[in-house]
Design a protein around this ligand. Structure first.
Ligand code: MLT
Ligand code: MN
Ligand code: ZN
Length: 302
C-alpha cells in the first residue's frame, strides 16, 4: 500500500493567515526553519493510480498535484475513488465540495459523521447539487471493504473505532462515532495503517489496536494542554478541544513511544506547536522517542 501525507497541519494550515504566534512568525520569515504545511489529509492506494483520501481538506486542489502523474487518455480523469472521513470538522470535509467537478464521488464514514455532513454542515447536499455522491456507512467496529467507484473491490478494508473528542461546534447532536480512528488494511499483503488525526484520549483498548499497525499517523495538534490558553488565543485547553497533547505524563509521546508499529508519525499539527520548528528542543524529544513530525509530501510504502 502507498500512503502519501498530502497535508500535515491542523485547521488553518501553517502559517495560518491571521496568526502571528512565535511559530507562524518563523514559518513566514525563515520557512527553512519551520516548513509551511497545508491542512491535514492523506492519500492511500494499492496500485498507485486509484487513490482514496483520508479526509478532504480545503487545500485539496493543490494537494492532489502530489499524486503520481497518471497516464490520462481522455479529457477528464478523477484520481480519487473515495473519501474516508474520520470526523465532520470543516478542515476535513470542505474539500468534498471542492471536488464537485468529479461528477461521481464516494464518501465513506460512520452514520454519525454522515448525518452531520447531511444535516448540519450541509456539505453533502451542497455537493450533491453538482455531483452524484455515493455514501458508504461504516458502523463502528465493523470491517468494511473499500470499493472503487465502479463497484469493483479495491483489496482494501476500513474499520472505524470511536475515539474521545468533541463533536464539531455546528453538530446538533453528540453521537458516538463523531470522531474515529480509521484502520486501513491491505487484504492482499496484510499491511495496515491507522489514521487518527483527532483524538482526545489514549485508553488501553485504543493503544492495543494501534500497536498492531505498520504505520501510525496520529494527532499532533498540540504540544501542551494549555498551549492556546498561554498564547491567549483561546480559553479552551487541548483536551477540551478533543486533542490529547504530545507532552506530559498522559501525553501521546509517552503513551505511543513503546508501541511496536514500524513507523509512527504525527500529523494534524497546529500552527502553535513548537515541534514545527526544525531545531526546537520539542522536535528533538519527539525524534528521540522514535516518532516523526509529519511533513507535506511524505511517502510510505507499507
Ligand atoms: C479540530 O481539529 O478540533 C477542529 O478542526 C477545530 C476547527 O478547526 O474548528
Ligand atoms: Mn482539525
Ligand atoms: Zn500561529
Amino acid at each position: 500500500m502507498h500512503v502519501i501525507l498530502l497535508g500535515t497541519a491542523a485547521g488553518g494550515g501553517f502559517p495560518q493567515w491571521n496568526c502571528w504566534c512565535p511559530t507562524c512568525r518563523v514559518a513566514r520569515e525563515t520557512p527553512e526553519r519551520a516548513h509551511p504545511r497545508s491542512q491535514s489529509s492523506i492519500a492511500f492506494s494499492v496500485d498507485g493510480v486509484r487513490w482514496f483520501l483520508g479526509n478532504a481538506s480545503p487545500d485539496v486542489r493543490t494537494q492532489l498535484t502530489q499524486l503520481p502523474r497518471a497516464d490520462v487518455r481522455g479529457v477528464r480523469h478523477v484520481p480519487v475513488e473515495g473519501i474516508v472521513l474520520t470526523d465532520a470538522e470543516l478542515d476535513h470535509t470542505l474539500g468534498i465540495e471542492l471536488l464537485r467537478e468529479g461528477r461521481l464521488l464516494q464518501v465513506i464514514a460512520t452514520p454519525s459523521v454522515l448525518r452531520v455532513i447531511a444535516e448540519d454542515s450541509r456539505v453533502l447536499p451542497v455537493t450533491q447539487a453538482f455531483a452524484t455522491v455515493q455514501t458508504v456507512e461504516t458502523e463502528l467496529g465493523r470491517v468494511v471493504p473499500l470499493e472503487y467507484r465502479n463497484g469493483t473491490p479495491s483489496g482494501l478494508t476500513i474499520e472505524m473505532m470511536a475515539v474521545r473528542g468533541d463533536p464539531p461546534r455546528f453538530a446538533r447532536q453528540d453521537d458516538e462515532g463523531h470522531t474515529s480512528a480509521a484502520f486501513i488494511r491491505d487484504t492482499t499483503t496484510g499491511a495496515s495503517c491507522a489514521f487518527v488525526p483527532g483524538c482526545g484520549g489514549l485508553g488501553p483498548r485504543l493503544l492495543s489496536r494501534l500497536n498492531d499497525v505498520d504505520l501510525l499517523l496520529f494527532d499532533g495538534t498540540f504540544w501542551t494542554d494549555d498551549e492556546l490558553v498561554r498564547l491567549e488565543i483561546s480559553d479552551r485547553p487541548a483536551l477540551a478541544m478533543g486533542h490529547v497533547p504530545m507532552s506530559g505524563r498522559g501525553g501521546s509521546l509517552t503513551l505511543l513511544s513503546p508501541l511496536s508499529c514500524k513507523q509512527k508519525v504525527y500529523t494534524h499539527i497546529n500552527n502553535t506547536n513548537p515541534v514545527l520548528i526544525e531545531s526546537s528542543a520539542e522536535r528533538a524529544l519527539v525524534e528521540s522517542a522514535g516518532m516523526r513530525v509529519g511533513e507535506d509530501g511524505m511517502r510510505f510504502e507499507i
